[in-house]
Structures are given as C-alpha cells and as structure tokens.
Design a binder for this molecule. Structure first.
Ligand SMILES: [Ca+2]
Ligand SMILES: [Ca+2]
Ligand SMILES: [Ca+2]
Length: 226
C-alpha cells in the first residue's frame, strides 16, 4: 500500500492547488513541449517555490489540467526520453536534481512501476542504487558536464522543487454540425412520432380503436371531448 500522506504534505498540496487555481503565484512554467511526431502528449516542466515530496508532486501533476489526463511524466521509449530531455529539461538544467518523474519502487523494492501502469521495460539512463532505501524517480545530473540521467532518491530528504508533467491530448470538442445532428435527430424523430400519433387520433374513430393503441395525448383528447 502507498504510504499515506503526512499532514505537512497535505497542507502543502492544498496551498499549491490554491495557487494553481488562482494566479499561479509561486509556480513557474519553465518549459513546455508537445511531441507531435510521437504520442502527441504535452510535457511541462514546472518549478515550485518550495521543495515537495514525490507524493505531493504526483498529486499536483494529476490535477494540473482539468481538461485532460495529466500525471508525472513517464518514459517508455528512448525516443520519448531523448526528445523531452533535449526540448524541456536540457534548456533548464541545473546541478543535481532536475524534476520528479512518474515512477516508484515503493511497493516492492527493485520493481519499478510507472504511475500510469505502463510497463517499465525501457529503463532509460537510470542509476537506481537504492542508497538509503531510495524509491522515487527523478531526472538528475551527477556532474557538471554529465548528461541528464535518472536517479532514485527518497521522499524524506533530497526532495525536488521541480516536476515534469505529461498531459494527454484534450478531449476533442464536437464540431457544431455533428452537435446539431446529435441533438437535432432525436427532436426530429420525436416531432415525426408525435405527428404520427396526431394522424392516428384524427383518422381513427375513438369508438373503433382500442385504448391500448392510442397515445396518451389521444386518450387525453378523447376524455376532454367527452
Ligand atoms: Ca509517457
Ligand atoms: Ca528502491
Ligand atoms: Ca540514488
């Protein structure tokens, strides 16, 4: 079972979400890139004004954009990692930690899982040494001239004030014409159906038609005329 959030983390997340819903004070979007030649997902590198745990970052990412599915970034191919590293992370690189990523082995040591449930078959440029029981994935630069890699760090110290969010494409809004068809067709059918009922009422003598084949409007009309 995932470790429950501490009170401090919950309060911090609340503050972050308030900021997000308001003026986004204290939250800086450092970079954004949509991988149009790949999965068409959008990746956003966010800088917070304080260091957060991986769990808080995960919740923040999950609620980043209410119009689409969002989560801490996952990398399931070398192409995905390379493109996002070069377009979002590398231009904003700094010493050591770069941003929380969406994987953990907190449930079973050594068995890394993406938050999306995607297979952790692509292990990337990872250095997962589990030093002091490290269970959370972060983009990392070990030396000033080293390329960006993945590192495992723990959730108590070495927390990050950055997170990398991945967003799926927003749900398509129906075209006006298809909306008219979707909304209009039932109305047209209802009108036509009513018309048939009306014709039935007018062309059949109430005395010759069993009540169970008359519409309620016909029965109402009949009772009103009595
Ligand atoms: Ca991904
Ligand atoms: Ca571990
Ligand atoms: Ca490590």
């Amino acid at each position: 079972m995932p470790r429950p959030l501490f009170l401090k983390e919950t309060i911090l997340l609340f503050v972050l979400l308030v900021f997000q819903g308001d003026s986004k004070a204290g939250i800086i979007e450092l970079g954004r890139y949509t991988w149009t030649s790949g999965n068409n997902h959008t990746f956003v590198l966010v800088q917070l004004d304080s260091y957060v745990s991986w769990h808080s970052a995960r919740l923040f990412a999950d609620q980043f954009d209410s119009t689409r599915s969002s989560y801490l970034a996952t990398f399931t191919s070398d192409a995905e990692w390379t493109v996002i590293r070069d377009s979002v992370l590398q231009p904003n690189r700094r010493e050591f930690d770069q941003a929380w990523l969406g994987a953990t082995d907190e449930l079973n040591e050594g068995q890394w899982k993406w938050v999306t449930g995607e297979a952790f078959s692509y292990t990337g440029p990872a250095t997962l040494d589990n030093l002091d029981n490290e269970d959370y994935l972060v983009a990392w630069r070990f030396g000033a001239n080293d390329p960006l890699q993945w590192n495992d760090i723990n959730d108590i110290r070495n927390n990050s004030d950055r997170l990398l969010i991945e967003m799926e494409p927003a749900t398509a809004v129906p075209e006006p014409s298809s909306l008219i068809i979707a909304l209009g067709l039932p109305v047209i059918l209802a009108i036509r159906s009513k018309k048939r009922m009306r014709i039935t009422c007018l062309t059949h003598s109430p005395n010759n038609v069993s009540p169970d084949v008359l519409s309620l409007s016909c029965l109402s009309k009949k009772s009103n005329s009595n």
